[in-house]
Design a protein around this ligand. Structure first.
Ligand code: FCB
Length: 464
């Protein structure tokens, strides 16, 4: 059982859930030409030696990371990126999402490191040499230590600092990037870093976390504008120099007990606060939070101009939500009895992927890129089935009208999984951390064959 705070308990708006669709057995779905097929990674999880970041310090404190793991050399991707991107090409991929590390690029306040930005230029060149369309993430959970010391995303300065960083990235990398992702999983991050204190800067408290949501929404908008202005080079000739989005973690929330009205309410609150509030803020321009016991927020985020070109969907699982009688404001999140789970205990629930894609399209009417989807499976036993069933779910959503433009599997290679350290294995490439050698998994081969045919057979579904 996982207990999470209901920062999640944020308003009374009801929403979702798209009804499960059924497909006839054996239908062949053809993906569109130019569909983006690839993987996603994050700098801190893969590069190694990220010494100026707030996670580097955080990992040193006993109890913060499982087994006392520290990211250390991680997957050595900082040095081996060329080899890794070549492997991605050999596997047939045509896209790669990665993050640039703010802590490397601006190691001290206002000092931008030329060598580091040139490093990322080289990574981008390597993407292009290998036929991989790059997607660059600006913020993927790590901050420079100096900024974290100021309170990170809770600090008043953060929006201006993030805007400056985004502008610098746009100016210096824009001739090699069209596809940008400002923030990775803002709501996961603000919950972990500012509500329950499990990520640096380790702040606890619901009130502050609600304000951080407003800051992150404003940060996205500021970065969006800065990238639009700074990056004017259209490298793929589609008439657009930038396509800018966020990677939003989206889950299915359902009441744990069908006949319990409080569970229904808790599931709706969770879905609104986790899936929707931030997205409504950046698309509609207003962050509205109105929950008893929390500060009332009615904050203007922008004046109504477009601030999102695509929605990045990170999909992993669903939660059965149980109202917590002892501590209202907290909910218990459960996995259904007997359900298949990953090495991290997350339920494997491909039908939820279909639902999330349908709901996202209906809500925002924007193109979608799947920016993460994957599972921890050290022995790579369940992952082939996971990949197949999730791609089928995605294909069904596309057949039913959802404009999905690409799928980026998490992850290219095994890496440092935040609080869980190195034990979870998410990679298509399995790493032997003693030698840093990479080995293709069975899932990697299955993925290559699906990419090769650019099609998938949609099996029958027997979901409720
Ligand atoms: C997502 C994160 C990513 C990775 C996967 C497993 O929530 O964005 O960095 O940790 O989960």
């Amino acid at each position: 059982m996982i207990r999470i705070t209901l920062l999640t308990a944020l308003t009374t708006v009801t929403l979702m859930v798209a009804s499960a669709a059924t497909a006839s057995a054996g239908e062949l779905f053809q993906f569109p030409d130019g569909f983006l097929w690839g993987t996603a990674t994050a700098a801190h999880q893969t590069e190694g030696d990220n010494k100026n970041s707030d996670w580097w310090e955080w990992e040193k404190q006993p109890g913060n990371i499982a087994n006392g793991d520290r990211s250390g050399g991680a997957s050595d991707h900082y040095r081996r990126y060329a080899e890794d991107l070549k492997l991605a090409r050999q596997m047939g991929h045509n896209a790669y999402r990665f993050s640039i590390e703010w802590a490397r690029i601006e190691p001290e306040e206002g000092r931008f490191d030329e060598a580091q930005i040139n490093h990322y230029r080289s990574v981008l060149e390597s993407c292009h040499e290998n036929g991989l369309t790059p997607m660059v993430t600006l913020f993927h959970f790590t901050l420079p230590q100096w900024l974290s010391d100021q309170g990170g995303w809770s600090s008043k300065n953060i929006v201006a600092r993030f805007e400056r960083f985004a502008r610098f990235a746009g100016e210096r990398l824009g001739d090699k990037v069209d596809l940008w992702c400002t923030l990775n999983e803002p709501v996961v991050y603000l919950g972990a870093a500012h509500a329950v204190g499990l990520f640096p800067p380790g702040q606890k408290g619901m009130g502050r976390a609600a304000n951080v949501m407003a800051r992150m929404a404003k940060g996205h908008v500021a970065a969006f504008r800065a990238l639009r202005e700074a990056d004017t080079v259209d490298i793929d000739g589609d008439g657009k120099a930038t396509l800018i989005g966020v990677a939003k973690h989206l889950r299915v929330f359902q009441p744990a007990r069908r006949n319990n009205p409080l569970d229904h309410v808790a599931a709706r609150f969770s879905a609104f606060s986790f899936n929707r509030a931030f997205m409504i803020a950046i698309t509609g321009g207003k962050l509205l939070l109105n929950v008893p016991g929390l500060p009332h927020l009615n904050e203007r985020i922008h004046a109504g101009e477009p601030t999102l070109d695509y929605v990045g969907v990170n999909y992993y699982s669903r939660d059965l939500v149980k109202f917590n009688v002892k501590t209202p404001g907290l909910v218990d999140r459960l996995v259904p009895e007997g359900a298949p789970v990953t090495d991290m205990g997350w339920e494997i629930y491909p039908e939820g992927f279909y639902r999330v894609l349908m709901e996202t399209w209906k809500s925002y009417k924007l193109p979608i890129i799947v920016t993460e989807n994957g599972m921890a499976d050290a022995r790579d036993l369940q992952r082939p089935g996971f990949l197949q069933s999730h791609l089928e779910a995605m294909a069904r959503a596309m057949r039913d009208g959802v404009p999905v433009k690409g799928y980026l599997h998490w992850s290219l290679l095994d890496n440092f999984e935040w609080l869980e350290g190195f034990a979870p294995r998410f990679g298509l490439l399995k790493i032997d951390y003693r030698t840093q050698s990479r080995k293709k998994t069975g899932t990697a081969r299955l993925y290559s064959s699906i990419i090769g045919s650019n099609s998938i057979e949609i099996g029958s579904t027997d979901e409720e």
